[in-house]
Design a protein around this ligand. Structure first.
Ligand code: 3PG
Ligand code: MG
Length: 391
């Protein structure tokens, strides 16, 4: 791309946790600095755009649009980014029809999802967004599994390219598509979006170690009483199919740390997986499972880790995640970690340096495997490249 002096509209994924108006985890901000610095060196004006949260869900909860806007404004992110970059990042209170401040080299536009057209991948909206720049760059790997206006249709209206973060994510996650064997996956966590990835892993992986809410769901599908443990309806319906696809590649916990309530100060006991007392809930894997999972992992040449193995945010239920994480750190293998909660666990236990790659994408990294790398936003970029070459 001819970049010198251009206005570059960069889609980033600054969908970060914000508490009391402060950014709690700035990993996703820092991950975009190489692209921003490169563009600054080329004397570009950089217009950043992102989504934050799901305003639509707040409206469903009965909040007004004004309340949703207050809660999900990107303004605190601009402040945090100013600190990281050491220059003043301008904040613009809208993402279309805006007057750009003249005195900022870097500006951040307001939350794209304040327009419902964004998630509808609306053509007119994408066109309006495109008026903010001369060139478009996608550096929002974490949102590239979405078919939304700012990552998909916008590529029809501007010369388009990938940023350095997207390039790096694709390069690293591609190691999972033709993995060096044995290939082990750890699929755990509280979120319920893992069915597609599990089906893909059933073919690719040699072993799939299950934990978290997912494990409870599988145990329940096998007819084992899981007491008051959480499980996921959707995965429950798909569990039998996954079990028949993956067979004995699937490994399940043999014991659990259970609690009488969802609280770090709950009463706890360690029980066999088929012996969870009524009204108790599994919140971590037990010591026997930790040992057997280490044994399953020890010869792996490639490991993919998606999802904490217990409620790692609570000290008393963090052992499984910490011990397996530390063990992974010590392995001489390609170790790729999915983003989201797993990335947060990696930060909590200071393990980032010991991994080959920690993705900034949660859902996106799972879908990357499921779709063999063909995420909607990446496909859109590819199409734009091809078209530009033809012209
Ligand atoms: C994420 O954090 O998973 C990405 O930013 C995408 O957000 P979404 O799941 O609300 O589309
Ligand atoms: Mg998500």
């Amino acid at each position: 791309m001819e970049l010198e002096g251009k206005k570059v509209l960069v889609r980033v994924d600054y969908n970060v946790p914000i508490k009391n108006g402060m950014v709690e985890d700035d990993t996703r901000l820092r991950a975009t600095i190489p692209t921003i610095n490169y563009l600054l060196e080329k004397n570009c004006k950089i217009i950043l755009m992102s989504h934050l949260g799901r305003p639509k869900d707040l409206l469903k909860e009965g909040k007004s649009f004004e309340e949703a806007k207050k809660e999900l404004t990107l303004r605190p992110v601009a402040e945090d980014l100013s600190e990281i970059l050491g220059i003043d990042v301008g904040f613009v209170g809208d993402c279309i029809n805006v007057d750009m401040p003249n005195d900022n080299d870097v500006v951040l536009l307001e939350n794209l999802r304040f327009y419902e057209e964004e998630e509808k991948n609306d053509m007119e909206f994408a066109k309006k967004l495109s008026l903010n720049g001369d060139i478009y760059a996608n550096d929002a790997f974490g949102a590239s599994h979405r078919e939304h206006a700012s990552v998909s249709t916008i590529t029809k209206f501007l010369p388009s390219c990938a940023g350095f973060l997207v390039e790096k994510e694709v390069k690293e996650l591609s190691k999972l598509l033709n993995p060096e064997k044995p290939f082990a996956a750890i699929v755990a966590g509280a979120k319920a979006d893992k069915i597609g990835a599990l089906k893909a892993l059933a073919k690719k992986a040699d072993k799939i170690l299950i934990a978290g809410v997912l494990a409870n769901t599988f145990l329940k599908a096998k007819g084992i009483d899981i007491g008051a443990s959480k499980f996921d309806e959707e995965t429950f319906s798909a569990a039998k199919e996954i079990i028949s696809l993956a067979g004995d590649k699937l490994k399940f916990p043999v014991d659990y740390v259970v609690a009488d309530k969802f609280d770090n100060n709950a009463s706890t006991q360690t029980v066999a997986a088929d012996n969870i007392p009524k009204e108790w809930m599994a919140l971590d894997i037990g010591p026997e499972t930790i040992e057997s999972y280490k044994d399953e992992l020890k010869d792996a040449k490639t490991v993919f880790w998606a999802g904490p193995l217990g409620v790692f945010e609570m000290e008393n239920f963090s052992h499984g995640t910490r011990e397996i994480g530390e063990f992974l750190g010590s392995l001489n293998a390609v170790k790729i970690v999915g983003g989201g909660d797993t990335g947060a666990a990696i930060n909590t236990f200071n393990l980032a340096d010991k991994m080959t790659h920690v993705s900034t994408g949660g859902g996106a990294s799972l879908e990357f495997i499921e779709k063999e790398g063909r995420l909607p936003a990446l496909v859109a970029l590819e199409r734009a490249y091809k078209k530009a070459k033809e012209e």
